[in-house]
Design a protein. Structure first.
Length: 138
């Protein structure tokens, strides 16, 4: 596996509005994208640009959201995952599986509109890791 570009750091939050205020007022973020819903994944998402990557704010969308469990353990929110780019999502999935890494679900469309999958934290040094096909135009 060749380590690709860090695309974003996912941060779970009970409130995107509160988190946006933090990133704007405390951290000085000047480019904050409009939040949008990803019903298929049970989350509301908002990207905050930094000079070298993005922060993906993730808020639960409905009672069945997978983020609820994370927030139950971490009520203030916090780092949820890291996301790295790969040129070919299916080749990357095959490589991780060949190494015996546990893939969480099949590749699906993520917040950037490209295919993604997650690798279990127990197989990734304790970090939930998102693997994302390089977005068109990058």
């Amino acid at each position: 596996m060749n380590l690709g570009r860090l695309n974003h750091i996912g941060v779970a939050t009970p409130s995107i509005d509160t988190s946006v205020a933090h990133w704007r007022d405390v951290m000085g973020a000047t480019r904050i994208h409009d939040p949008f819903d990803l019903p298929a994944q049970g989350v509301r998402v908002c990207f905050v640009d930094t000079p070298n990557t993005q922060i993906e704010l993730i808020e639960p969308l409905g009672a069945g959201s997978p983020i609820h469990g994370f927030l139950a353990k971490n009520p203030l929110g916090g780092q949820h995952h890291v996301c790295f780019e790969v040129p070919d999502i299916h080749a990357a999935k095959a490589e991780f599986e060949a190494m015996g890494k546990k893939i969480l679900g099949e590749p699906r469309i993520g917040a950037h509109g490209t295919l993604i999958f997650f690798v279990h934290p127990k197989d990734m040094g304790g970090m939930l890791t998102e693997i994302m096909e390089v977005p068109t135009g990058h």
